[in-house]
Design a protein around this ligand. Structure first.
Ligand code: ACO
Length: 316
């Protein structure tokens, strides 16, 4: 479903930041707790390590402040904090309130929960506020502490999850801006494939999620590219949700994009849900892969099921 095409008022991404907890857990360490092996995890998922610890608000504050600093902006210049998370610190208040206070932001604050698609959803919400003239400058953050809702005696999910946060500062700009197009979608009848009850742990049907993920990522990416007037050949960089290296490979192949154009961080961070795309974006920026003028595809999927893709033309 097409939910939006970018109108006259553009949005620029003017600063990025990220944060991960200090503790990094290797496959070998996990294999001492559950019946698995480094070899199996690397071959089936591409994951070698992941970070565990911290709080969703603490990681978000660190990433958000780093993004503000890179943008050269002050907290009192921010109209609102939009926090994508599926692992809030508390049920009430929204974790974004804690982040707003911790960052010293004087504007509004709200959470978005679209599971692993949350960051791209939040970016489209930010664009909507900017395009409507309701906000001039926002901080959009994806932050997760999945380790706190994971059963580490069960090998299905525990080998996948990691904790971390990534943030961007976005602002209104004259002209078309950097966000060229986006599509988002959901199929709530598939919510049984990945869920966590109050006080419980993540439950996942990995095979079914895998199967569905590839088709929705490809479909929504093709839709967003078409809305931007581009084809897969025009893409310089793909920043996919980091759930499984094999999902990224299959999606790239079906999209007709060489896999080398995909940013890969899953080996170091595992699946950090809504934090994975902004973490990968920051990684690409810091490693020098992301350059001005590049066409970049952000694409993700997750529990719900939800999915979302956005096409950017990276700025200076
Ligand atoms: N270590 C060793 N063996 C394992 C493990 C493990 N951790 N997990 C499963 N196995 C075994 C199974 O028991 C099975 O053994 P059998 O052949 O003797 O029956 C064999 O390995 C194959 O199991 P599958 O479940 O078929 O493994 P698959 O290749 O599908 O990989 C995985 C499982 C990694 C979970 C994959 O299905 C996947 O990545 N799915 C998508 C997950 C995802 O994207 N989730 C989205 C979000 S997750 C989140 O939000 C936190």
């Amino acid at each position: 479903m097409v939910l939006g095409q970018v109108g006259a008022q553009g949005m620029a991404l003017v600063g990025c930041g990220s944060a991960v907890p200090a503790i990094s857990v290797s496959n070998q360490q996990l294999s001492e707790r559950v019946d698995t092996s480094d070899e199996w995890i690397v071959e089936r998922t591409g994951i070698r390590r992941r970070h565990h610890g911290g709080t969703t608000s603490g990681l978000a504050i660190e990433a958000g402040l780093a993004a503000l600093e890179r943008a050269g902006r002050r907290p009192d210049e921010i109209d609102a904090v939009i926090l994508a998370t599926t692992t809030p610190d508390q049920i009430v208040p929204g974790t974004s309130a804690v982040v707003q206070d911790g960052m010293g932001v004087t504007g509004g604050a709200f959470d978005v929960n679209a599971a692993c698609s949350g960051f791209v959803y939040a970016l489209t919400v930010a664009h909507g506020l900017i395009a409507a003239g309701a906000a001039e400058r926002l901080v959009v953050i994806g932050s997760e502490t999945l380790s706190k809702i994971t059963d580490f005696t069960e090998r299905g999910v525990s080998i996948l999850v990691g904790d971390g946060a990534g943030a961007v500062v976005v602002e209104a700009t004259d002209g078309p801006g950097q966000l060229l197009s986006y599509r988002m979608g959901a199929d709530g009848s598939l919510r049984h494939l990945l869920y966590c009850d109050h006080g419980g742990h993540l439950v996942m049907n990995g095979k079914e999620v895998f199967r569905k993920a590839v088709s929705v990522v490809v479909e929504s990416s093709q839709g967003a590219l078409a809305d931007a007037g581009l084809t897969a050949d025009n893409l310089d960089l793909v920043v996919p949700h980091q759930a499984n290296l094999r999902i990224i490979g299959a999606a790239c192949q079906r999209l007709g994009v060489p896999e080398e154009k995909a940013v890969i961080t899953i080996d170091r961070y595992g699946n950090t849900s809504s934090a994975s795309i902004p973490l990968a974006l920051v990684d690409a920026l810091e490693s020098g892969r992301l350059q001005p003028g590049m066409h970049v595809l952000l694409t993700g999927f997750g529990g719900g099921m939800t999915w979302a893709s956005a096409v950017l033309k990276w700025g200076g």
